[in-house]
Design a protein around this ligand. Structure first.
Ligand SMILES: [Zn+2]
Length: 321
């Protein structure tokens, strides 16, 4: 039976990242704080909106970018924590480049986390974990891999380091970007056999499309935000995850750089939350956020770690070697 505390919740999760290709310069200011000549729409505004509707968000802070700018990332962590939100670990090690990782002792054969072997996974994830601790001053409780690229080595690393939650299972991104991944059966959180709790991003099939709830996104015909949320909730047992990035309230120019055009996206996100909170609520505290996830777990539900033969090819939907 689903604990009533879990019913009808919207869990806002936000990847906070200053990826090099998404701004010409001043990456942290532009992509995380959202500061641009014509206005500001970044993490502070996301906090404002989520708080306006009575809740807290879970921010996944990318830490590879903090290598050359630790003070700025510490300030981001402090700011979000001061406002009462959750801050957990997000990681795009690929932005540091192959030669960096070779110097650290990795093979450098791939920078894709979904293709790491055990040695590269351990070395590169250990570096990222230490960087998170330098930024946040504590161990994380949850991990989301950059671009949802992860594999069984990721899960093994989380278990060995007592990181309880993996927010990684997402089929839509793998299908779009054409790489192999494990496909969750449902949006409901579950235990991997090594004790790590997986929180799938939560997807729904509409016609021929597999969609998860992110902002901004075009909604499929006949499936607006409330319909999508209801469909996901009915299969998750309650919570619906909405995925944002720190730059989700900005527009993108022809070079792929984000910039502030006007307040339209702030208004659109407010309208979305307004609509959803008519029948869903946002957890008001970090504790309730986590207890929402725990309350959905069923003790007898344990999923074996994905092996090579159980990885699904996104291209052909068949098992790959
Ligand atoms: Zn990311």
């Amino acid at each position: 039976m689903v604990n009533s505390i879990a019913m009808n919740r919207v869990l806002v999760t936000v990847d906070v990242e200053a990826l090099p290709a998404r701004a010409r310069r001043d990456h942290v200011q532009r992509l995380i704080w959202g500061e641009h000549p014509r206005g500001r729409a970044g993490i502070a505004e996301i906090c404002d909106l989520v708080e306006e509707f009575g809740g807290v968000a879970l921010f996944f802070l990318e830490v590879a970018g903090s290598l050359y700018d630790l003070a700025s990332y510490r300030e981001i962590n402090s700011y979000l924590t001061r406002r009462g939100h959750l801050v957990e670990w997000h990681y795009h090690p690929e932005i540091l480049g192959k030669s960096f990782w070779r110097q650290c002792g990795a093979t450098g054969s791939t920078l894709r986390q979904d293709l790491f072997d055990a040695d590269d996974a351990n070395l590169i994830l250990k570096w990222g974990l230490e960087q998170f601790v330098k930024v946040a001053g504590r161990m994380p409780c949850a991990y989301r891999a950059g671009s949802f690229r992860w594999n069984r080595q990721t899960l093994a690393f989380l278990s060995e380091n007592d990181i309880g939650f993996s927010f990684n299972a997402c089929a839509e991104t793998a299908l779009r970007d054409n790489y192999a991944t494990f496909k969750p059966d449902s949006p409901r959180p579950f235990y991997w056999e090594n004790g790590v709790i997986e929180v799938p991003c939560g997807e729904h099939v509409v016609g021929t499309e597999v969609v998860h709830f992110r902002f901004p996104r075009p909604f499929p015909k006949d499936c607006g935000p409330r319909e999508l949320a209801r469909a996901i909730a009915s299969r998750s047992g309650g919570p619906v995850q909405i995925l944002l990035h720190s730059w989700s309230l900005l527009d993108r120019d022809e070079h792929g750089y984000f910039y502030y055009r006007n307040s339209d996206r702030i208004k659109a996100f407010r309208r979305l939350l307004e609509r959803l909170t008519k029948e869903f609520s946002i957890p008001p505290t970090p504790d309730l956020f986590i207890s929402n996830l725990h309350s959905l777990l069923q003790d007898d539900e344990q999923v074996p770690l994905p092996t090579v033969s159980s990885v699904v090819s996104s291209e052909s939907n068949v098992h790959v070697k």
